[in-house]
Design a protein. Sequence first.
Length: 158
Amino acid sequence: MSELHVHPLDDVADELLAEEWRNVHNLIVPTAPLTSEEVRERRSRNRLFVARAMGEVVGCSTVRPPAAAEGVATVIARILPEHRRRGFGTALYAHGLALARELGAEAVETVVLGSNTEGLDFARARGFVEVETYLLPGDTVPFVDLRLTEVPEGRPVA
């Protein structure tokens, strides 16, 4: 695997990074495409990242910080299909899991589009179990919420 570089989008992130994140999200989740404005809103409450290898965008991720009362963070790693099975997903997931742990997560969830069988297999191979399946209004492909009941200590699960 080429070295993965993970670039954060923060409140002052340049628009190129935000558009790269949006493009990856919309390719992986075509049933729920986001506008630029929706990405700006998401980055105000979540931690968003663009992943690059050899200067090329290979994926993006989202870490939703844990709500104080629940202690559950959401970690989503998205890798473009042509870059899968090279270790990028594992590295991006480990980055998100480490951040969730740093933010005080007691449990971690992820969400995968039901038609993304590779994403579901990836999550299940790392110990996630399905807790809910739901359809957004007007959709025909469900989303699957999965949960890790314990956040691994020390080194992230690979």
